[in-house]
Ligand binder design. Structure first.
Ligand SMILES: C[S@@+](CC[C@H](N)C(=O)[O-])C[C@H]1O[C@@H](n2cnc3c(N)ncnc32)[C@H](O)[C@@H]1O
Length: 271
Protein backbone atom coordinates (compact mmCIF):
# COMPACT_ATOMS: atom_id res chain seq x y z
CA UNK A 1 0.00 0.00 0.00
CA UNK A 2 2.77 2.41 1.07
CA UNK A 3 4.79 1.53 -2.03
CA UNK A 4 1.75 2.10 -4.26
CA UNK A 5 1.21 5.62 -2.86
CA UNK A 6 4.89 6.43 -3.27
CA UNK A 7 4.92 5.07 -6.83
CA UNK A 8 1.92 7.28 -7.68
CA UNK A 9 3.64 10.34 -6.21
CA UNK A 10 6.74 9.62 -8.29
CA UNK A 11 4.68 9.14 -11.43
CA UNK A 12 3.03 12.55 -10.90
CA UNK A 13 6.54 14.02 -10.50
CA UNK A 14 7.59 12.32 -13.71
CA UNK A 15 4.71 13.51 -15.84
CA UNK A 16 4.87 17.05 -14.44
CA UNK A 17 1.17 16.77 -13.54
CA UNK A 18 -0.68 18.86 -10.92
CA UNK A 19 2.13 21.27 -9.95
CA UNK A 20 0.32 22.90 -6.98
CA UNK A 21 -0.75 19.60 -5.49
CA UNK A 22 2.70 18.11 -5.98
CA UNK A 23 4.38 21.06 -4.24
CA UNK A 24 1.94 20.82 -1.32
CA UNK A 25 2.33 17.02 -1.05
CA UNK A 26 6.11 17.20 -0.84
CA UNK A 27 5.98 20.12 1.60
CA UNK A 28 3.65 18.06 3.82
CA UNK A 29 5.94 15.04 3.50
CA UNK A 30 9.06 16.92 4.64
CA UNK A 31 7.17 18.80 7.36
CA UNK A 32 5.98 15.44 8.75
CA UNK A 33 9.46 13.94 8.55
CA UNK A 34 11.11 16.90 10.29
CA UNK A 35 8.41 17.10 12.97
CA UNK A 36 8.09 13.39 13.78
CA UNK A 37 11.47 11.83 13.10
CA UNK A 38 13.80 13.60 15.45
CA UNK A 39 16.92 11.48 15.17
CA UNK A 40 19.65 13.60 16.80
CA UNK A 41 22.31 13.42 14.07
CA UNK A 42 20.11 13.21 11.00
CA UNK A 43 21.45 16.21 9.08
CA UNK A 44 21.16 14.92 5.48
CA UNK A 45 18.16 13.74 3.49
CA UNK A 46 19.74 12.71 0.18
CA UNK A 47 20.53 9.28 -1.36
CA UNK A 48 24.27 9.93 -1.21
CA UNK A 49 27.09 9.49 -3.70
CA UNK A 50 30.33 7.54 -3.32
CA UNK A 51 32.46 8.16 -6.39
CA UNK A 52 34.66 5.33 -7.69
CA UNK A 53 38.40 5.48 -7.02
CA UNK A 54 40.31 7.10 -4.18
CA UNK A 55 37.97 8.44 -1.46
CA UNK A 56 37.83 12.24 -1.32
CA UNK A 57 39.45 14.01 1.65
CA UNK A 58 37.16 14.59 4.63
CA UNK A 59 37.55 15.72 8.23
CA UNK A 60 37.36 12.79 10.68
CA UNK A 61 34.26 14.34 12.29
CA UNK A 62 32.41 14.15 8.93
CA UNK A 63 33.34 10.54 8.16
CA UNK A 64 30.01 9.03 9.33
CA UNK A 65 28.21 11.27 6.80
CA UNK A 66 30.65 10.67 3.90
CA UNK A 67 28.02 9.08 1.64
CA UNK A 68 25.69 12.10 1.91
CA UNK A 69 28.46 14.71 1.71
CA UNK A 70 29.53 13.00 -1.54
CA UNK A 71 26.75 14.74 -3.48
CA UNK A 72 27.93 18.14 -2.20
CA UNK A 73 31.59 17.29 -2.78
CA UNK A 74 30.92 16.48 -6.46
CA UNK A 75 28.71 19.57 -6.82
CA UNK A 76 31.53 21.90 -5.70
CA UNK A 77 34.66 20.12 -6.99
CA UNK A 78 36.72 22.67 -8.90
CA UNK A 79 34.37 25.63 -8.38
CA UNK A 80 35.92 28.91 -7.19
CA UNK A 81 34.81 29.29 -3.57
CA UNK A 82 37.16 31.99 -2.30
CA UNK A 83 34.97 34.74 -0.81
CA UNK A 84 31.86 33.07 -2.24
CA UNK A 85 28.33 33.73 -1.02
CA UNK A 86 26.50 30.41 -1.48
CA UNK A 87 22.75 29.76 -1.54
CA UNK A 88 21.44 26.24 -1.06
CA UNK A 89 17.87 25.86 -2.30
CA UNK A 90 16.09 22.92 -0.60
CA UNK A 91 18.62 22.71 2.24
CA UNK A 92 16.67 20.13 4.27
CA UNK A 93 18.24 19.44 7.66
CA UNK A 94 21.22 21.61 6.74
CA UNK A 95 24.13 19.15 6.87
CA UNK A 96 25.26 20.06 3.35
CA UNK A 97 25.04 23.81 3.95
CA UNK A 98 26.97 23.44 7.24
CA UNK A 99 29.68 21.37 5.52
CA UNK A 100 29.96 24.05 2.82
CA UNK A 101 30.16 26.85 5.36
CA UNK A 102 33.23 25.14 6.82
CA UNK A 103 35.05 24.96 3.43
CA UNK A 104 38.12 27.20 3.36
CA UNK A 105 37.41 30.59 1.77
CA UNK A 106 33.60 30.38 1.69
CA UNK A 107 32.25 33.75 2.92
CA UNK A 108 28.67 32.76 3.81
CA UNK A 109 26.08 30.08 3.20
CA UNK A 110 22.32 30.55 3.27
CA UNK A 111 19.98 27.55 3.21
CA UNK A 112 16.39 28.02 2.13
CA UNK A 113 13.65 25.40 2.40
CA UNK A 114 9.90 25.37 1.76
CA UNK A 115 9.08 23.64 5.04
CA UNK A 116 9.27 25.76 8.21
CA UNK A 117 9.58 22.61 10.35
CA UNK A 118 12.55 21.48 8.25
CA UNK A 119 14.21 24.90 8.63
CA UNK A 120 13.75 24.75 12.43
CA UNK A 121 15.36 21.30 12.46
CA UNK A 122 18.29 22.54 10.31
CA UNK A 123 18.93 25.35 12.82
CA UNK A 124 18.79 22.94 15.79
CA UNK A 125 21.04 20.33 14.15
CA UNK A 126 23.76 22.76 12.99
CA UNK A 127 24.45 25.16 15.86
CA UNK A 128 27.50 27.41 16.09
CA UNK A 129 28.63 27.33 12.44
CA UNK A 130 29.80 30.85 11.60
CA UNK A 131 28.46 32.49 8.40
CA UNK A 132 25.58 30.00 8.09
CA UNK A 133 21.90 30.77 8.25
CA UNK A 134 18.63 29.07 7.30
CA UNK A 135 15.31 30.57 6.28
CA UNK A 136 11.96 29.51 4.94
CA UNK A 137 11.26 30.18 1.27
CA UNK A 138 10.11 28.72 -2.03
CA UNK A 139 12.53 27.71 -4.80
CA UNK A 140 10.03 29.16 -7.27
CA UNK A 141 9.98 32.63 -5.63
CA UNK A 142 13.30 33.04 -3.82
CA UNK A 143 13.23 35.68 -1.05
CA UNK A 144 16.50 37.37 -2.13
CA UNK A 145 17.47 40.38 -4.25
CA UNK A 146 18.86 40.07 -7.78
CA UNK A 147 22.57 39.19 -8.13
CA UNK A 148 23.14 38.40 -4.44
CA UNK A 149 24.99 35.02 -4.63
CA UNK A 150 28.07 33.59 -6.35
CA UNK A 151 26.88 29.96 -6.26
CA UNK A 152 23.42 28.39 -6.10
CA UNK A 153 23.45 24.71 -5.16
CA UNK A 154 20.43 22.41 -5.44
CA UNK A 155 20.70 18.79 -4.30
CA UNK A 156 17.88 16.23 -4.64
CA UNK A 157 15.17 18.82 -4.14
CA UNK A 158 13.91 19.92 -7.57
CA UNK A 159 11.73 16.81 -8.16
CA UNK A 160 9.43 18.37 -5.53
CA UNK A 161 8.88 21.63 -7.39
CA UNK A 162 5.66 22.57 -9.14
CA UNK A 163 7.48 24.40 -11.95
CA UNK A 164 11.13 23.58 -12.48
CA UNK A 165 11.54 26.42 -15.04
CA UNK A 166 10.51 28.93 -12.35
CA UNK A 167 13.25 27.65 -10.03
CA UNK A 168 15.82 27.90 -12.85
CA UNK A 169 14.73 31.50 -13.61
CA UNK A 170 14.96 32.37 -9.91
CA UNK A 171 18.44 30.82 -9.63
CA UNK A 172 19.58 32.88 -12.65
CA UNK A 173 18.07 36.02 -11.11
CA UNK A 174 19.81 35.73 -7.71
CA UNK A 175 23.21 34.77 -9.23
CA UNK A 176 25.84 37.40 -9.95
CA UNK A 177 27.24 37.47 -13.50
CA UNK A 178 29.92 34.76 -13.70
CA UNK A 179 28.31 32.81 -10.83
CA UNK A 180 27.45 29.10 -10.86
CA UNK A 181 24.31 26.99 -10.60
CA UNK A 182 25.22 23.43 -9.55
CA UNK A 183 22.35 20.94 -9.54
CA UNK A 184 21.85 17.23 -8.88
CA UNK A 185 18.63 15.20 -8.82
CA UNK A 186 16.81 12.16 -10.19
CA UNK A 187 14.72 12.11 -13.35
CA UNK A 188 12.84 9.35 -15.10
CA UNK A 189 13.85 9.03 -18.77
CA UNK A 190 10.42 10.31 -19.85
CA UNK A 191 11.13 13.56 -17.97
CA UNK A 192 14.50 14.30 -19.61
CA UNK A 193 13.22 16.53 -22.44
CA UNK A 194 11.11 18.61 -20.00
CA UNK A 195 14.10 18.94 -17.65
CA UNK A 196 16.32 20.08 -20.53
CA UNK A 197 13.69 22.67 -21.52
CA UNK A 198 13.45 23.93 -17.91
CA UNK A 199 17.21 24.60 -17.88
CA UNK A 200 17.09 26.38 -21.24
CA UNK A 201 17.50 29.93 -19.84
CA UNK A 202 19.12 32.78 -21.80
CA UNK A 203 21.42 33.75 -18.89
CA UNK A 204 22.65 30.24 -18.06
CA UNK A 205 25.42 28.55 -20.06
CA UNK A 206 25.70 24.74 -19.63
CA UNK A 207 29.22 23.83 -18.50
CA UNK A 208 29.15 20.18 -17.34
CA UNK A 209 26.87 17.18 -17.03
CA UNK A 210 27.32 13.73 -15.45
CA UNK A 211 25.24 10.63 -14.67
CA UNK A 212 25.84 9.61 -11.03
CA UNK A 213 23.84 6.34 -10.83
CA UNK A 214 26.78 4.02 -10.01
CA UNK A 215 28.06 6.21 -7.15
CA UNK A 216 24.52 6.79 -5.83
CA UNK A 217 23.89 3.02 -5.76
CA UNK A 218 27.22 2.54 -3.93
CA UNK A 219 26.09 5.10 -1.33
CA UNK A 220 22.67 3.41 -0.95
CA UNK A 221 24.48 0.10 -0.35
CA UNK A 222 26.79 1.70 2.21
CA UNK A 223 23.88 3.16 4.18
CA UNK A 224 21.40 0.23 3.78
CA UNK A 225 22.01 -1.41 7.18
CA UNK A 226 21.83 1.85 9.14
CA UNK A 227 18.63 2.93 7.37
CA UNK A 228 17.10 -0.54 7.89
CA UNK A 229 17.66 -0.24 11.65
CA UNK A 230 15.98 3.17 11.67
CA UNK A 231 13.03 2.06 9.50
CA UNK A 232 12.48 -1.00 11.74
CA UNK A 233 11.44 1.39 14.53
CA UNK A 234 8.38 2.36 12.43
CA UNK A 235 7.17 -1.12 11.47
CA UNK A 236 3.70 -0.16 10.08
CA UNK A 237 5.30 2.37 7.71
CA UNK A 238 8.07 0.04 6.54
CA UNK A 239 6.78 -0.16 2.94
CA UNK A 240 6.55 3.55 2.25
CA UNK A 241 9.71 4.39 4.21
CA UNK A 242 11.64 1.70 2.33
CA UNK A 243 10.54 3.25 -0.98
CA UNK A 244 11.34 6.74 0.23
CA UNK A 245 14.81 5.71 1.41
CA UNK A 246 15.63 3.75 -1.80
CA UNK A 247 16.13 0.46 0.06
CA UNK A 248 17.02 -2.79 -1.76
CA UNK A 249 13.91 -4.13 -3.47
CA UNK A 250 12.23 -0.72 -3.71
CA UNK A 251 10.86 0.48 -7.07
CA UNK A 252 13.04 3.57 -7.17
CA UNK A 253 16.20 1.65 -6.36
CA UNK A 254 15.34 -0.84 -9.15
CA UNK A 255 14.83 2.05 -11.59
CA UNK A 256 18.22 3.52 -10.67
CA UNK A 257 19.80 0.08 -11.25
CA UNK A 258 18.14 -0.42 -14.64
CA UNK A 259 18.82 3.18 -15.75
CA UNK A 260 15.10 3.90 -16.14
CA UNK A 261 15.73 6.72 -13.63
CA UNK A 262 18.92 8.78 -13.95
CA UNK A 263 20.62 10.61 -11.09
CA UNK A 264 22.00 13.63 -12.94
CA UNK A 265 24.43 16.40 -12.05
CA UNK A 266 24.60 19.60 -14.10
CA UNK A 267 26.47 22.88 -13.83
CA UNK A 268 25.67 26.20 -15.46
CA UNK A 269 27.54 29.51 -15.56
CA UNK A 270 25.59 32.76 -15.23
CA UNK A 271 26.34 35.13 -18.18
C1 LIG B 1 15.43 15.12 -0.28
S1 LIG B 1 15.48 16.61 0.67
C2 LIG B 1 17.17 17.09 0.33
C3 LIG B 1 17.70 18.04 1.37
C4 LIG B 1 19.17 18.40 1.23
N1 LIG B 1 19.43 19.04 -0.03
C5 LIG B 1 20.05 17.19 1.41
O1 LIG B 1 20.68 16.77 0.42
O2 LIG B 1 20.11 16.67 2.52
C6 LIG B 1 14.52 17.78 -0.34
C7 LIG B 1 14.29 19.11 0.36
O3 LIG B 1 13.73 20.04 -0.60
C8 LIG B 1 12.77 20.83 0.09
N2 LIG B 1 11.83 21.44 -0.87
C9 LIG B 1 10.82 20.83 -1.52
N3 LIG B 1 10.16 21.73 -2.30
C10 LIG B 1 10.77 22.93 -2.12
C11 LIG B 1 10.56 24.23 -2.66
N4 LIG B 1 9.57 24.49 -3.54
N5 LIG B 1 11.38 25.24 -2.26
C12 LIG B 1 12.38 25.00 -1.35
N6 LIG B 1 12.62 23.78 -0.82
C13 LIG B 1 11.84 22.75 -1.21
C14 LIG B 1 12.11 19.84 1.02
O4 LIG B 1 11.38 20.48 2.07
C15 LIG B 1 13.31 19.03 1.52
O5 LIG B 1 13.86 19.59 2.67
Amino acid sequence: MGSAIFARMLRATETGALPGLRRAAWKGTYTAISSLWRRPRWRFMNYGYLPPGVPFALDAADEAERAFIGLYHQAFAGLPLDGAAVLEVGSGHGGGAAWLARRPGVARVTGVDLSGATVSRARALNPGVPCLDFRTGDAEALPFPDASFDVVVNIESSHCYGRMDRFVAEAARVLRPGGWLTWADMRGRAMLPATARAFDHPDLVPEAEAVLNAGVLAALDAMEAEKAREIARFAPLRGILGEFAGMRGSKLRGALESGEVLYLARRFRRR
